[in-house]
Design a protein around this ligand. Sequence first.
Ligand code: ATP
Length: 142
Amino acid sequence: MLHEKSAGAVVFYCEGNSIEYLLLLYEAGHWDFPKGNIEEGEEIVETVRREIFEETGIKNITFVPGFKHEIRYFYKKMGDIVNKKVIFYLVRSHEKNVTLSSEHKDYMWLDYENALKKLTYKTAKETLTKAHNFLISIGRCP
Ligand code: ATP
């Protein structure tokens, strides 16, 4: 079995007091959050910052302290089973303009209900719900 470890973020933008979440359409066809492999010697938050920038062009971000959520899933890669772990942080974007890389086909800023519908996988939906509830608990747009 292969093992992979990635890191990513639930990226949100505050429009007044309403929150919009950034979702990406992966080449494989699923809607998910920005994320990517943790490189050798890289701190996890550096991975998150780098991946957000590479995948969306967004640079002006702030990490929301106190939020971290880990998911696990299995998938098949050329006949091998991959056991994948992804650690998600919660990141506020201060810009809305997105420049996609070739890794993704589309993006959307969506409110909580629509983002929940759009996300493909149960673990991603659970991550969003946890992130949204966390934001509500600290007064929405910190
Ligand atoms: P990364 O963004 O970490 O570099 P990647 O783009 O190489 O990853 P994944 O997004 O992990 O790849 O997708 C690999 C496979 O796993 C795809 O077939 C995808 O449909 C599936 N997959 C992605 N996320 C999940 C999930 N949360 N639960 C189950 N399967 C998933």
